[in-house]
Write a protein that binds this ligand. Structure first.
Ligand SMILES: Cc1cc2nc3c(=O)[nH]c(=O)nc-3n(C[C@H](O)[C@H](O)[C@H](O)COP(=O)(O)OP(=O)(O)OC[C@H]3O[C@@H](n4cnc5c(N)ncnc54)[C@H](O)[C@@H]3O)c2cc1C
Length: 403
C-alpha cells in the first residue's frame, strides 16, 4: 500500500486526500488550523460558488495558464457536479454558469468532503502545521512541532497567501522552495480597489448595476458588468473583483463606471433636458431622479462641479451633456487594493514548468506533488478558483496513489 502525506486540508488537499485514499493509498492529511476547509466554509459569501459551467483553460492565468488544461479536461465543471452528487451534495447552476450547493450553504460542501475523507479512511492530523519535508530513503519525512512521519509520496496543497483571515499563508511556497522549487513574484487578485476619487466617501454603502471598464493610457484593458459597491476607500462588488487583476497589473489604471448602461449618452442628455423642461420646481440634485439611486444622482451633479440646490429648469444642453457623459463614464483612478487579508486569490506561486501537468508531480523531486492555489495558476471570478482546486487536487491524489 502506497503511503501518501497531504499537507493542507483546504479544497485541493481534501479532494487529493479523498482521491488517493479511494484509490487504495494509506493517506495522512495535515491541517494547521483546528478544522479542515475553513476557507472553503466562507467562500461565495458563505454560499460557496463551487464551480462555473463555463470553466475552461481560457479562464486561468499564470506564467503558463495552459498548465491547467489537462487537469480541467480530466475533471471539468459537469463532472465536478456529478462527483459532488455522488458524495451526496446537490447543486444548482445560476444564470452565468455559477454553481452553488442547493442548500445555499458553503458548510454543506465542507461537510460532504469531511465525511468522504473519513469514510475513505484518511488519517487526519488537525491543528498540525507541517514545518519541513525532507528526503528520506525512497520517500520523504514530514515534520511538525513534536512529531514526524514517513511517506512515500507527498502532496503539497497549502493554498496561497490570499484570504489570510481564513488560513492564507506563505508556508506552502517555503516548503516547496526547500525542495528546490522556485516561486514567481506574488500579488493578489479578486480584491477591492482603492481610489482617490473624493466622491467615494459620499457614496459609501451604495450599490449600483454598472458596466466597468479598466483604462490605461487611454486604452481599454479589461471590462466587466454587474454589481458595484461604493466604499469609503474605493470600489468593491463582484464586477470590480472581476477586473481587479487587470486593474492592479500595472500602475496608472482608471476604472470607469457606466452607471446607466441601458441608455446611450444622447438619450440620457435628452432625458435630462426633458425633465428640466417638464418638471418645474425641481433642483439640479433631482436631475437623475428615477434613473440612478438618489445619492448617486446628487454625487454626479457635484462631481460635475454643479450645485445640487440650483434650479433644474435652467439646465442647458451643454451641462446636460456633461452630466450624461459623467454618468456613462464616472472615473475612479486606482491607487491600490485592500491587501492579501481581503483578497480571494493569489496571483503567482510555485512555477508550473517544474511540474508535469498530466500528473501534478514535480519534475525536480519525484514523489512530490502540488495542487491548488500554491501553484502559479489563478482563475477568473465566479467559481473558477475552486474548480482549479478540485481538478488539480483530484489529479494529484490519483497520480500519487498510483503504484
Ligand atoms: C473570502 C473568500 C471567498 C472566496 N470565494 C470563492 C468562491 O466562491 N468560488 C471560488 O471558486 N473561489 C473562491 N475563493 C478562492 C478559493 O477559496 C481558493 O482559491 C481555494 O480555497 C484554494 O484551495 P486550496 O486548497 O489550494 O487552498 P486553501 O483552501 O487555502 O487550503 C489550504 C489549507 O492548507 C492549510 N495549510 C497551509 N500551510 C500548512 C502547513 N504548513 N501545514 C498544514 N496545513 C497547512 C491551510 O490552513 C488551509 O486550510 C474565495 C477565497 C476567499 C478568501
Amino acid at each position: 500500500m502506497i503511503t501518501v502525506a497531504v499537507i493542507g486540508g483546504g479544497a485541493a488537499g481534501m479532494m487529493a486526500a479523498w482521491k488517493a485514499a479511494s484509490r487504495g493509498a494509506a493517506v495522512s492529511l495535515f491541517e494547521r488550523q483546528s478544522r479542515v476547509g475553513r476557507k472553503l466554509a466562507v467562500t461565495g459569501n458563505g454560499r460557496c460558488n463551487l464551480t462555473n459551467l463555463n470553466a475552461g483553460p481560457d479562464s486561468y492565468h499564470g506564467t503558463d495558464g495552459g498548465f491547467a488544461a489537462y487537469a480541467l479536461e480530466q475533471l471539468g465543471p459537469e463532472r465536478t457536479r456529478e462527483l459532488f452528487r455522488s458524495l451526496g451534495l446537490l447543486t444548482v447552476a445560476e444564470p452565468g454558469g455559477r454553481v452553488y450547493p442547493l442548500s445555499d450553504t458553503a458548510g454543506s460542501v465542507v461537510d460532504v468532503l469531511r465525511y468522504a475523507i473519513q469514510a475513505a479512511g484518511v488519517c487526519l492530523y488537525d491543528s498540525c502545521e507541517v514545518s519541513g519535508i525532507q528526503h528520506s530513503g525512497d520517500g520523504f519525512r514530514v515534520t511538525w512541532e513534536g512529531g514526524s512521519l514517513e511517506a512515500e509520496r507527498v502532496i503539497v496543497a497549502c493554498g496561497g497567501m490570499a484570504g489570510e483571515r481564513f488560513g492564507g499563508t506563505k508556508l506552502g511556497y517555503r516548503l516547496l522552495e526547500s525542495l528546490g522549487h522556485r516561486c514567481t513574484p506574488l500579488r493578489w487578485s479578486l480584491v477591492q480597489l482603492r481610489s482617490d476619487n473624493p466622491q467615494c466617501r459620499s457614496l459609501k454603502g451604495v450599490r449600483a448595476d454598472a458596466s466597468v471598464t479598466v483604462l490605461r493610457k487611454g486604452g481599454v484593458i479589461a471590462r466587466s458588468a454587474g454589481e458595484v459597491q461604493f466604499t469609503d476607500y474605493g470600489l468593491s462588488g463582484p464586477a470590480v473583483f472581476e477586473i481587479s487583476r487587470a486593474a492592479l497589473e500595472k500602475p496608472g489604471t482608471v476604472v470607469s463606471l457606466d452607471l446607466l448602461r441601458c441608455v446611450n449618452e444622447e438619450e440620457l442628455t435628452e432625458m435630462l433636458l426633458r425633465r428640466a423642461g417638464n418638471t418645474p420646481g425641481l433642483t439640479l440634485g433631482d436631475a437623475f431622479l428615477g434613473t440612478v439611486q438618489n445619492r448617486i444622482g446628487r454625487v454626479l451633479v457635484s462631481a460635475a462641479g454643479l450645485k445640487s440646490s440650483d434650479e433644474l429648469k435652467n439646465l442647458d444642453e451643454k451641462t446636460a451633456r456633461r452630466l450624461a457623459k459623467l454618468a456613462k463614464g464616472f472615473e475612479f483612478p486606482v491607487t491600490g487594493d485592500m491587501g492579501a487579508a481581503n483578497a480571494q486569490v493569489t496571483v503567482g506561486g510555485i512555477r508550473t514548468d517544474d511540474f508535469d501537468p498530466a500528473t501534478m508531480e514535480s519534475r525536480l523531486c519525484p514523489g512530490l506533488f502540488a495542487c491548488g492555489e500554491v501553484l502559479d495558476i489563478d482563475g477568473d471570478c465566479g467559481g473558477y478558483n475552486l474548480q482549479w482546486a478540485w481538478s488539480s487536487g483530484s489529479l494529484a491524489g490519483a497520480s500519487a496513489a498510483e503504484v
